[in-house]
Design a protein around this ligand. Structure first.
Ligand SMILES: NC(=O)c1ccc[n+]([C@@H]2O[C@H](COP(=O)([O-])OP(=O)(O)OC[C@H]3O[C@@H](n4cnc5c(N)ncnc54)[C@H](O)[C@@H]3O)[C@@H](O)[C@H]2O)c1
Length: 323
């Protein structure tokens, strides 16, 4: 994956969730590659919408970027005219918040919105429909690394909705030939990461000299994936011809314990880190680790950024004034 994948110049792309963490990075890359991008986002208040405004500030000034501020569940035919590549990143994220009354947001933003978009896609001639799925579909597989053929058994309501939407992508591929591909992201990190995610919380606490909170004993492990590698994989998935409905794991290959991450952050920041351990949260799997052989063989996915390098870039981002 040394030379970057590219869509043909002038390609018309739709990025859903364009104001979010991953959607804004992906939109920027597509514009830099000479594509025209329609972004859609309804600026949910799961985290401060001002952060999302900041994410797309630069994009909004680009002549080839158009923003539609709307909820995908209300999709109308004329919104995305001329689009032939879809990158469906919009969702209600967050494992821990998906219990209880909030679940209605998860079914609405993750399942219904995806079904509405797929209905639209079914009547439009698309080159590719890339769906942002999640490692949360696996739950506790009892074996590592996790492989696409393992039986998914989500541990959280969030994971259930991401899996349901992934199945919808498969159904629309089988029944109506929508050229879907689902990418199961394993914990994505980098500049502009969502404020509810662990690395973001850790770095903020370290830079502000405050104690940081770890749920569990910190020995849980995760496969962390740098944002640029996720963006590259989206483009690879768009340009490679693969069977409709195919599913791929995307992991950075840096499986490490949360305590191990803290050691790295201490080293990179040169600061002491005070930690408060709190009980494990319902829905958090003990370990994640992606078998990425399918993505490597069929998409040419080879993550380029080591955890240490990626964390360094993230630290630099959060040290900027105004961050
Ligand atoms: N960040 C990760 O580590 C991670 C891991 C696995 C999967 N994912 C998936 O990647 C995608 C992007 O995640 P993120 O971390 O960038 O989240 P994010 O919350 O930063 O971005 C999602 C964006 O989608 C928008 N949105 C939600 N529902 C919408 C709707 N119905 N209509 C229009 N806009 C809507 C939100 O306002 C938000 O700006 C999500 O699908 C998420 O499930 C993320």
């Amino acid at each position: 994956m040394n030379s970057k994948a590219k869509l043909p110049a002038g390609s018309r792309c739709l990025v859903t969730g364009a104001a979010g963490f991953i959607g804004s990075h992906l939109s920027r890359r597509l514009l830099n590659d000479g594509c025209r991008v329609t972004g859609v986002d309804c600026f949910t208040d799961y985290y401060d919408p001002a952060i999302k405004e900041a994410n797309i500030e630069g994009l909004s000034k680009h002549p080839d970027f158009e923003l539609i501020e709307a909820d995908l569940s209300d999709i109308e035919d004329h919104w995305f005219q001329g689009v032939n590549w879809v990158f469906h990143q919009a969702a209600q994220a967050g494992v821990r918040a998906s219990w209880g009354k909030e679940f209605a947001h998860y079914t609405g933003h993750n399942v219904l919105a995806t079904q509405r978009l797929l209905e639209w896609a079914r009547h439009n001639n698309l080159e590719r429909f890339v769906y942002a799925s999640s490692s949360s579909v696996y739950g506790n597989t009892g074996k590592l690394p996790m492989h696409e053929e393992d039986l998914p058994r989500p541990l959280s309501p969030y994971g259930v909705t991401k899996l349901a939407a992934e199945h919808l992508c498969g159904l629309y591929a089988q029944n109506f030939g929508v050229p879907t591909v689902s990418l199961r992201y394993f914990t994505v990190y980098g500049p502009a990461q969502r404020p509810d995610m662990a690395f973001h919380r850790f770095i903020r606490s370290i830079l502000n000299g405050k104690a940081l909170v770890i749920y569990g004993n910190g020995e849980q492990t995760r496969d962390f994936t740098f944002i640029d590698d996720i963006v590259e994989a989206n483009i690879l998935a768009a340009v490679k011809t693969t069977p409709g409905g195919r599913v791929y794991n995307l992991g950075g290959g840096s499986r490490i314990s949360v305590n191990g991450v803290l050691e790295l952050l201490k080293e990179l920041s040169g600061r002491a880190v005070e930690v408060r351990y709190e009980p494990v949260q319902a829905g958090d799997p003990p370990h994640t680790y992606a078998d990425t052989s399918r993505a490597r063989e069929e998409l040419g996915f080879v993550p380029q950024t080591s955890l240490k390098e990626g964390l360094g870039l993230m630290l630099d981002f959060f040290k900027q004034p105004g961050c």
